[in-house]
Design a protein around this ligand. Sequence first.
Ligand code: NAD
Ligand code: LMR
Length: 328
Amino acid sequence: MVKAVVAGASGGIGQPLSLLLKSCPLVDELSLYDVVNTPGVAADLSHISTPAKVTGFLPKDDGLKQAFTGADIVVIPAGIPRKPGMTRDDLFKINAGIVQGLIEGVAAHCPKAYILVISNPVNSTVPIAAEVLKRAGCFDPTKLFGVTTLDVVRAETFVAGISGERDPAKTTIPVIGGHSGETIVPLFSQAKPSVNIPADKMDALVNRVQFGGDEVVKAKEGAGSATLSMAYAGYRFAEKVLKAVKGEKGIVEPSFVYLPGVSGGDSIAKTTGCDFFSVPIELGPNGVEKAIDVVSSANENEKKLLEACYTGLKSNISKGIEFVQNPP
Ligand code: NAD
Ligand code: LMR
């Protein structure tokens, strides 16, 4: 029996993500938690004729405890999104505390669950989550993931726009580093099957993957950031975790993880100087089986992008850790 929780279930990402999880045959119980509207969202989804039983919880009546107890996987899209002109780091002030509180809930009520953090700034919220779990004595780096799948999805889509490939997801493109601007580094030289990107299109392509989030924020004109594509991406990653848990082999997807805590991660942490980093992860029945080193085989142009990534990412990571160690 698999119990999945969506924390932030009433939001722009939370609702379509919950719909996808309700449609997933791998989920038996779907628990929706938010500070508003979960009874309505749960009632609505509960009429869908799929096996998963849906329940909705609010903070009152010990709702967080009820929502989280017994969870196998907790997906967290709770928190405010960007408006035009904002960086993801501008969300830190509000979202850091929200993520801290929810992870304390995980530590108290479902410490063995897989945790998928979507809330921005991911570069800082995942270190916050790790620090909270460490303090609670239940940090398992093989089960904590920053969801960077939307960057991969964008890279696949934008490359297909150039190559003409009908099905974008047929090309595997490692997108590594972090999840904001220059910390996002697509490695097109390692696409499989290989793709031929004309030299005069490369810079614009890299830039579009790095700043794809801004494209959506601008188009939504103050009404938020990517929600539907993020729900797709979050579901794609959650489904891979669940399939690996059920024993499917050879599942690989990039994710932002704590490198020193996972097999193969130490040497990547040494090369990058970053303890948290997104790299392709092989998933298994216990979460991360190994981190795959694609950093050392980056080409010269990609190495330059990586240098810029390391600087920004290190400061985002320290900011998250500092928030928990020395509360403001
Ligand atoms: P939204 O405002 O539509 O929804 C957020 C939801 O979180 C709301 O329903 C709100 O009530 C809820 N919430 C707030 N505090 C909460 C708490 N303490 N506990 C439970 N729920 C709480 O925002 P959205 O568009 O769904 O985006 C959510 C977050 O996801 C943002 O931080 C956004 O930047 C981020 N995001 C990340 C990625 C990524 O690639 N990782 C992509 C898109 C958006
Ligand atoms: C994205 O990449 O779309 C998200 O991180 C949301 C944002 O703020 O851009």
